[in-house]
Design a protein around this ligand. Structure first.
Ligand code: UN1
Length: 496
């Protein structure tokens, strides 16, 4: 019998008000049921938002460095639990153990970074235009933050959102992906064990209904979302109407440019990791290879040899290099794009099928796949597939490479491999993306650096690093007039 798990609202673990549940399975072995989780509705979200609102009064008044002490301790708790959390995460969402350990490490880094920022939540002091008057800005928390996340980084990405939000004095209602509820639950358990007070963190499991209720709840002041561009647009409409602060992290069609002077062995390691790591299920995954014609045939052959040798399997088995897709819908979507690519006239060089045999039949495994003869306007060059499918586009110049790199609606991550320093620096400016890597793949963001995309990938905010604190705080401008008299700005100090 699989376990039944609960929501955490206002300091108590409890089922959904309706008592409805959903089952979550291991995508590598679908007969392995991880558990049953609350299928929450607006009623549960309301209870959670109300609890978060109540807790805000004391949490927002707690000195920021004290909040930081709890977050620092949380980093310690996550460090102790790193292997256990990673094992559970691999079982739930499929990526290999070495990757899920990295996911937990990203959460640990985020905890320590957020803790350190609590001693540095800077405002400004600025000269006044009037005598005996003091001008400054301070940061105030925004209020209750609704956190809605995807399943592919089920610990790291929620921490990018929750830890700085908490550091800044906000309280949180967290709705994990319905494909990774167990990881979300284990993360919240770690937060509670580290001393995050009841009501400051609330966990509401469920699907779109719960997410929508969170977005629409009048007590929730800010929403932070990682997921599809389509869902992000719907959330944006509601938040626009309700004047809510909103941070969106959405799709990508991330290009890697490989120039004729690139170190091909280095680029090979980068492309195999960027395109097939996490089974291509990262918003930062390398999904387009834009390559100079002089090295195209040689490099594509090198990729084929490496990709076809990857060991697919259950991620908690030691030799596994690539896990399954997350669910049947993902398998159907990726399979459909193989057909689309072939219908468009691209050449399916290798892969393209569900991977079977040798312990794979019970999971959503898909072969590493590569299309050549892809042209920039093809759907497989424009749309996010979110699977181990790489589209290769041949070019004859740097200018063409950049133009094609910039020709999608997305702009999250990007990479260029070249040994020409001038060209590398030029690319940093020319590529339309929130992130550019030089001589590294499109994946591998670090917790203390800003993360986010341009165009339809985002809405202007950044997660991670120092910039995320601009999202989780309101600026309060303060004037202190100690002259003992009324001083009129723009009037008393200007002689006409
Ligand atoms: C995501 O896919 O949503 O840079 C985040 C990376 C990871 C984060 C990916 N550190 O690929």
């Amino acid at each position: 019998m699989a376990d039944t798990f609960q929501n955490y609202i206002g300091g108590t673990w409890q089922p959904a008000a309706s008592e409805a549940t959903f089952a979550n399975v291991n995508p590598a072995r679908t007969s392995d049921v991880i558990g049953h989780f609350p299928q929450s509705s607006a009623q549960d979200v309301d209870a959670a938002a109300t609890a978060a609102r109540e807790a805000f009064a004391s949490w927002s008044r707690t000195p920021a460095p004290q909040r930081g002490e709890i977050l620092r301790h949380l980093g310690d708790v996550l460090t102790e639990r790193k292997a256990d959390l990673a094992r559970a995460m691999t079982r739930e969402m499929g990526k290999p153990f070495f990757e899920t350990k990295g996911d937990v490490q990203e959460a640990i880094d985020t905890a320590y970074y957020a803790a350190s920022e609590t001693r540095r939540l800077f405002g400004h002091t600025v000269p006044s235009e009037l005598p005996s008057k003091f001008n400054m800005s301070i940061r105030r928390p925004v209020g209750v933050v609704g956190v809605i996340t995807a399943w592919n980084f089920p610990v790291a990405v929620p921490t990018w959102k929750m830890f700085p939000a908490l550091a800044a004095g906000n309280t949180v209602v967290f709705k994990p992906s319905e494909d990774a509820p167990h990881s979300g639950m284990l993360l919240v358990q770690a937060m509670l064990d580290a001393g995050i007070p009841p009501g400051v963190i609330n966990l509401v499991q469920g699907a779109g209904e719960a997410g929508q209720a969170l977005v629409e709840h009048p007590q929730v002041n800010a929403i932070t979302f990682t997921g599809s561009t389509e869902t992000g647009s719907k959330i944006g409409e509601v938040c626009g109407r309700m004047h809510k602060r909103l941070s969106l992290e959405m799709g990508g069609k991330n290009p890697m440019i490989v120039m004729e002077d690139a170190d091909l062995d280095l680029a090979l390691d980068g492309i195999v990791w960027g395109a097939y790591g996490t089974t291509g299920q990262r918003c930062t995954a390398t999904s387009r290879l834009i390559i100079h014609e002089d090295v195209h045939d040689e490099f594509v052959g090198m990729i084929q040899a490496e990709a076809e040798a990857l060991t697919l399997g259950y991620g908690n088995d030691d030799d596994t290099e690539m896990g399954p897709l997350i669910n049947q819908a993902a398998l159907d979507k990726v399979t459909n794009y193989i057909q689309i690519g072939q219908d468009e006239g691209a050449t399916l060089l290798f892969g393209g099928q569900r991977a079977t045999g040798d312990g794979l039949d019970e999971g959503f495994f898909f072969q590493p796949t590569l299309f050549t003869d892809v042209t920039p306007e093809m759907r497989i060059a424009q749309e996010e597939i979110f699977g181990p499918v790489l589209s290769v586009i041949k070019v004859s110049s740097y200018e063409d490479a950049v133009e094609i790199a910039n020709s999608t609606k997305y702009g999250l991550s990007s990479a260029i491999y070249t040994q020409n320093v001038a060209r590398a620096f030029q690319a940093m400016h020319d590529i339309e993306a929130g992130i550019t890597y030089v001589n590294g793949p499109t994946i591998g963001a670090e917790a203390h650096m800003p993360f986010g995309g341009v165009k339809e990938t985002g809405n202007g905010h950044r997660e991670g690093g120092w910039e995320v604190f601009d999202f989780y705080t309101e600026t309060k401008t303060v004037y202190v007039d100690y002259s003992g008299q009324l001083q009129k700005a723009q009037i008393d100090n200007v002689e006409d």
